[in-house]
Design a binder for this molecule. Sequence first.
Ligand SMILES: *Cc1c(COP(=O)(O)O)cnc(C)c1O
Length: 386
Amino acid sequence: MFDAQPAPLHDHTLLTPGPTPIHPRAMQALARGMLGHMDPEVFALNGEIQADLREMYGTAPETFTALLAGTGSLGMEAGFSNLVESGDEVLVCANGSFGQRMAEMAERYGARVRLVTAPLGEAIRVEDVAARLDGKVKMVAVVHGETSTGVLNPVPAIAELVRGSGALFTVDSVTTAGMEPFRMQEWGVDYTYTGSQKCLSAPPGVAPIAVSDRAFARFAARRTPPPLWYADLGGLRDYWVNRSYHHTVPVNLHFAFHAALRAALDEGLGARQARVKQVGQAVVDTLAPLGFTPYVKRPEDRLPTVLALRLPEGFDDAGVRAALRRREISVTGGLGPTAGVIWRLGLMGESARPAPYLRLMAALEDLLGEKHLAARFEEHLEGVTA
Ligand SMILES: *Cc1c(COP(=O)(O)O)cnc(C)c1O
């Protein structure tokens, strides 16, 4: 099930919900010498990235894909700056900090935001979206996997509502694309983005985007140019399609991203989904007897790539994580209202492997005086693999 991996080039064990450990092939690609951003070889490599992104996102054959020179948040911001105009009604689903970030950005670009929320740790309800959606809404925006709480939102069901409403559909696929099913064309998604350092285990610094023809038509019909010049879709198309200069792209990050994305597609998206499930289940089963319980109540609402676990009663969150950090193991706690209440264990990209979690279990065995924790993890892993 788990393909053989070259030895990691570093010792630190990152179990955080991003960044994830750099894939060895991406690390190697970073060592390549510099080439110009207008070099034919770079354009050829960009073309391969675009084709591979269409496969990863499940787009129509000719859908525009590109890398933005920035992190996932730039992918988010570019969607609002290009596709929203002042006064537009935008329905934002916000059940965590990244949904809230979307709402804040949409407002800064002049949108009238209709907020659909859900209690922390619960998914957005499709009925609540239906109740706020009408012919005036120009865009619906949702985070597929809410990293702050480990919740998976029902994107295919929301997509069904949005289709035929006249609204554009923007989906944040930062914690899903490349690791979990994502079908841009089938669902009718108009704009999506992720960050290189999440599910693809490339270095941070580029944000892969995909833009539907409908979104491009909306962009072309703008009354005024988008306020954010740097991520202007027209300028991006000039570079990525017409091969003319817009700005200097981070060439080395393109090399590394290309290698990481190829590695993901070579492994197969199905195999990646399977190892997320297997490692995640083994972690849950191993930690359950210690009192760790899933934070998200409904199993269908659980985001496989960010495992949110409620800590046992009286557990010394800060102390244990600091002790783990001294052993070069990074684990992330909760955010805001869930600080001290949960751990968020990353199962994106190269962190969804047995080896890093075995290191965590061995360290916890020692720190908590829990005998055989590492051995139990290995047993559970075999149990779910069989
Ligand atoms: C990490 C993340 C982002 C923001 O990405 P940055 O790379 O930190 O800018 C946006 N949305 C979600 C769901 C994320 O997990």
